[in-house]
Design a protein around this ligand. Structure first.
Ligand SMILES: [Mg+2]
Length: 413
């Protein structure tokens, strides 16, 4: 049976500055307003346009149009050299406004940000997200500049909010929820969905999926086994229905994934590989002073059912290798036995800043283990990754070479 479309209200807002670079230049110089403007990195006749104003886009000027061709085709066209200091100023102003609404608001790039209002109803004080979206538009005009417009998208997860922010440009405001989700999909092409590029479109087409509406109603098994051939199929199945997958939050996940050089079904050997993954993830968490509450394991097999994954969100956040390993073993115990594993991934999610005093409440071994882990990390920083590892990690004959076998599980350093 198909999972129902997420019935909860849309509480994620994505805000995207319209034609950011060109609009910023038009804000700074009123003589450029209403005119076709292009931005390039080094100004000369052959310079290529890297950003264009709406007026320029309406005349067919796109990314990659040459300065000389644009001037020839469009009378009054102005090409400007990019001015990063201006764009950084706008970026900082936008961020400050977004963080007024939630301390967890994040910038996704120089000109777009996300405010997640889930579990933050206190901030809303009974107001609708549309109302707040309109207020943000007004504040941007008042506090950054009267020529500045943004598109606001509201949705049930980050991906859907980003999709909604693409509608009715410029100066748009669009909400996607369970009532109009199917209608919205029926208006779009596959490549208009965020993160679906032409290569992925080909793979979807090969599975008989030609529209976002058909994508929505494709069985999870088909997405997981045929189209994405990884846990990403599961993520898309959830994402398209408005559920958060935790995996678009950038810094909030830390993962390792490996393709095994020697396939194995030996639980001891697999446990050793989980151990190494846990140690590496712990090291990254420690280095960034983070801890994680959620843990996800993924295994790929050569034979049916081809893939398995399990995840769990725990009450307390942890950051040590031994803690992550213990959690991993609990999840791993639920996997089907005796299947040869070809690839595996461990992802720590729901990552948050580490607070030492909080951990000690739950774990009396905490302080000693923390100091040990810090010492090991220092040795490894000096002598190379995995110079010092707990003995369990050596039980495997598989060299742990990092690879990225399944798409978008994020890494960070
Ligand atoms: Mg933009």
């Amino acid at each position: 049976m198909e999972l129902e479309i997420n019935p909860s209200p849309p509480e994620v807002m994505h805000i995207d500055l319209n034609s950011a670079f060109a609009m910023t230049e038009q804000q700074a110089n009123p003589l450029l307003r209403g005119r076709p403007v292009g931005i390039t990195n080094r100004l000369n006749d052959y310079a290529i346009c890297i950003a264009a104003s709406y007026e320029a886009k309406a005349c067919g000027i796109n990314l990659g149009t040459r300065n000389r061709d644009a001037r020839y085709r469009v009378p009054g066209f102005v090409m400007l050299e990019s001015d990063p200091a201006k764009y950084q100023y706008v970026h900082r102003q936008l961020k400050a406004i977004f963080q007024d609404y939630s301390p967890t608001a994040q910038m996704k790039s120089i000109d777009e940000g996300v405010i997640d209002f889930r579990k933050m109803q206190g901030i809303l004080k009974g107001r609708s997200l549309e109302d707040i979206g309109r207020e943000i538009k007004l504040r941007i005009r008042q506090e950054i500049g009267d020529y500045m417009t943004v598109n606001v998208g509201i949705g049930q997860n980050r991906w859907m909010a980003k999709l909604a922010a693409g509608f009715m440009k410029p100066d748009g405001l669009y909400t996607i929820d369970s009532s109009n989700l199917e209608l919205t999909y029926s208006l779009l092409h596959l490549t208009e969905l965020p993160y679906i590029a032409s290569r992925m479109k080909v793979r979807l087409n090969e599975a008989g999926i030609y529209t976002p509406y058909e994508f929505l109603h494709t069985p999870e098994q088909v997405l997981t086994k045929q189209v994405f051939r990884s846990i990403n199929g599961h993520h898309w199945y959830l994402k398209l229905r408005g559920y958060e997958t935790d995996f678009e939050t950038g810094i909030r996940t830390v993962g390792r994934s490996y393709v095994l050089e020697h396939r194995t079904a030996d639980p001891k050997e697999l446990a050793a590989l989980w151990f190494t993954s846990a140690v590496k993830i712990a090291r990254r968490l420690g280095r960034n002073n983070l801890a994680a509450r959620g843990l996800l394991l993924y295994l790929r097999y050569k034979e049916p059912p081809y893939g398995w994954h399990e995840r769990k969100m725990y009450h307390e956040a942890v950051r040590r290798g031994d803690q992550l390993y213990r959690r991993a073993l609990d999840l791993f115990a639920q996997s089907p036995p005796d299947l040869e594993v070809t690839a595996m991934a461990m992802t720590a999610y729901a990552v948050e800043p580490y607070r030492a005093h909080q951990l000690q409440l739950y774990d009396d071994q905490g302080p000693r283990q923390e100091r040990l882990e810090d010492a090991i990390n220092k040795l490894n920083d000096r002598y190379g990754e995995l110079a010092v590892v707990p003995a369990g990690a050596w039980a495997s004959r598989n060299p742990m070479k990092d690879k990225i076998p399944f798409g978008t599980i994020r890494y960070f350093d």
